[in-house]
Design a binder for this molecule. Structure first.
Ligand SMILES: [Zn+2]
Length: 258
């Protein structure tokens, strides 16, 4: 399984930087998880191949690239973009984004081949397919309805929390997976911002440590995702002081193989 976090910022030399404002993971150049920077950072291969987009939740940093991606491909889509999301998230993006005020209602529009955007609602705990992947959503604890996922390609599996604060349902289900190859967990704020993390339902290094203690499965690499860019260095220092084996910050743009 090939796994990549798309960049969302550039440095002073015009190259991708580690600052991650927007979240979009690509698996095997085929399926996108969240669409924060999808339209902005997608390669031509991604534009040609990605037709399945799975959403954790409807916050802007996770969906900003979705309307632009559909817009970009509108005339050439021979099959629709399939958006897999919970019914609550679909309702939010239809009401608040694809409403003609913020952006066109692409689910009402067709090109010469037919529909360009279709929704596939999923239910927590019930597996579904997107591309070649089998995906099992579980509820996590964020300010709005949010799902984490176990993603299985038939050979290996990975788990992604999405945005979350302390959560219990996620850990027992992933601890049982024998072929789990990696865990991706958020850590948005440093410890000194624990109050804001609590209000906005995010983790800090200290609460992250508590969360990881709930995982009882086999050892595998653990990657931090969704760090607020302003606090990236501070979070990195605090994480290093935790001395948790197998834990590192996911590198933006790098292609990982599991
Ligand atoms: Zn969020």
């Amino acid at each position: 399984m090939k796994f990549q976090l798309l960049p969302s910022t550039i440095d002073e030399n015009g190259r991708a930087s580690a600052r991650q404002h927007l979240t979009c993971f690509i698996i095997d150049d085929l399926v996108a998880f969240d669409a924060g920077s999808l339209a902005m950072a997608a390669t031509q291969i991604h534009r040609d191949q990605i037709r399945d987009i799975v959403l954790t939740h409807a916050h802007l940093d996770h969906i900003a690239g979705l309307p632009l991606f559909v817009d970009d491909l509108f005339a050439v889509l021979e099959t629709p973009i399939r958006v897999h999301a919970s019914p609550e998230v679909i309702e939010i993006i239809e009401r608040d984004v694809f409403n003609w005020h913020v952006y066109p209602s692409f689910s009402e529009l067709t090109n010469e081949f037919g529909p360009v955007l279709e929704y596939f609602p999923f239910s927590i705990g019930r597996s579904f397919n997107a591309g070649h992947l089998t995906i099992t959503p579980s509820a996590v604890n964020h300010k709005v309805p949010t799902a984490g996922f176990v993603i299985d390609d038939g050979t290996t599996a990975i788990a992604i929390t999405g945005d979350t604060a302390e959560t219990n349902a996620f850990w027992p289900s992933i601890s049982e997976i024998e072929r789990l190859s990696a865990i991706f967990i958020e850590c948005a704020f440093p410890d000194e911002m624990a109050d804001l993390a609590a209000i906005s339902h995010h983790l800090t290094p200290s609460s992250l440590k508590t969360e990881l203690s709930k995982f009882t499965g086999r050892r595998c690499p653990i990657y931090l995702i969704n760090l607020k860019p302003m606090y990236r260095e501070q979070i990195a220092k605090e994480i290093a002081s935790l001395e948790i084996a197998d834990l590192s910050i996911l590198e933006v743009g790098k292609v990982y193989e599991f």
